[in-house]
Design a protein around this ligand. Structure first.
Ligand code: S3P
Length: 178
């Protein structure tokens, strides 16, 4: 945890684990700024995420995610919802950990499928059998999310309950450091 008085909180985890919903509510409660890496990239490029994947390719998208973390946001008083693949790039997990508290949100493949099935904005899930792809990719990424930060399971829990839990972790981590 960095030395500043209001370190950022980074929400990581698979698509559909609730990072944006929980992040917005956290930001409101703590009176911090809410940021979303995908929104930042869309604003910067003027393109949607599927357009970037299709027209410029995934590596360009990944380098924009890196740019956002390295130089696109303030180092305090922010709640940052990180795209589901962001922490898998070289050095990114460590970059988040050095800038603030990292929380990993988890949900079952079935819950993720239900939450994402009507949304066409996620190129990695625009496939014939999205549930199968969710199960495959989740399995591949699970240990990375576990290593990144404090894990919270979101299945069957309300947003206020999860937000309360995260604020408690944040305050405890912060009090321990000062
Ligand atoms: C991705 C997750 C998406 C978005 C892009 C790739 C991933 O963000 O960054 O479609 O690799 O898991 P959300 O996790 O906010 O849906």
């Amino acid at each position: 945890m960095p030395a500043c008085s209001k370190p950022n909180i980074y929400l990581v985890g698979f698509m559909g684990t609730g990072k944006s919903t929980i992040g917005r509510s956290l930001a409101q409660q703590l009176e911090y700024q809410f940021l979303d890496s995908d929104d930042w990239i869309e604003n910067k490029t003027g393109l949607s995420i599927p357009q970037i994947f299709e027209e410029q390719g995934e590596p360009v998208f990944r380098s924009l995610e890196k740019e956002f973390i390295e130089s696109g946001h303030a180092d305090h008083s922010c709640i940052v919802s990180c795209g589901g693949g962001l922490i898998f790039q070289q050095g990114m997990k460590e970059a988040l950990q050095s800038r603030g508290l990292v929380i990993s949100l988890f949900a079952s493949a079935k819950t993720i499928y239900e939450r994402t099935r009507s949304d066409t904005n996620r190129p990695l899930l625009n496939v014939e059998y999205p549930l199968v792809e969710i199960q495959r990719l989740l399995e591949e990424r699970l240990s990375g999310y576990r290593d990144a930060g404090m894990g919270i399971l979101t299945d069957g829990r309300t947003v206020p309950d999860i937000v309360f839990h995260i604020i408690r972790i944040y305050e405890r981590s912060f009090i321990k450091e000062t």
